[in-house]
Design a protein around this ligand. Structure first.
Ligand SMILES: [Zn+2]
Length: 86
């Protein structure tokens, strides 16, 4: 898992709805086309800085959980998720 293959990240409250009402997604500009195709609508939340910060925290954490094409960390009532392009 590498930072360059992260196409989307999520930061929000743990154990809550992840539609975006309890947190925020950010899309990597390099993978905006892929993210748009995956969602079926235009990715309006391109933010490389957020992707780098959130994905970096997830990847560096020793408590991260990897499931399928994403990895996440839960801490202090929040969840951080990094989604990988397969
Ligand atoms: Zn929601």
């Amino acid at each position: 898992m590498e930072l360059q293959s992260v196409y989307k990240v999520y930061s929000g409250k743990a154990n809550r709805c992840m539609c975006g009402c309890s947190g925020k997604y950010a899309t990597a500009s390099a993978h905006a086309e892929f993210a748009t195709a995956e969602r079926g609508y235009d990715a309006q939340d391109v933010n490389d800085r957020s992707v780098k910060i959130i994905a970096g925290k997830v990847l560096r954490s020793s408590n991260k959980v990897i499931e399928g094409n994403y990895a996440f960390v839960e801490q202090n009532g929040r969840i951080l998720v990094a989604y990988f392009k397969e």
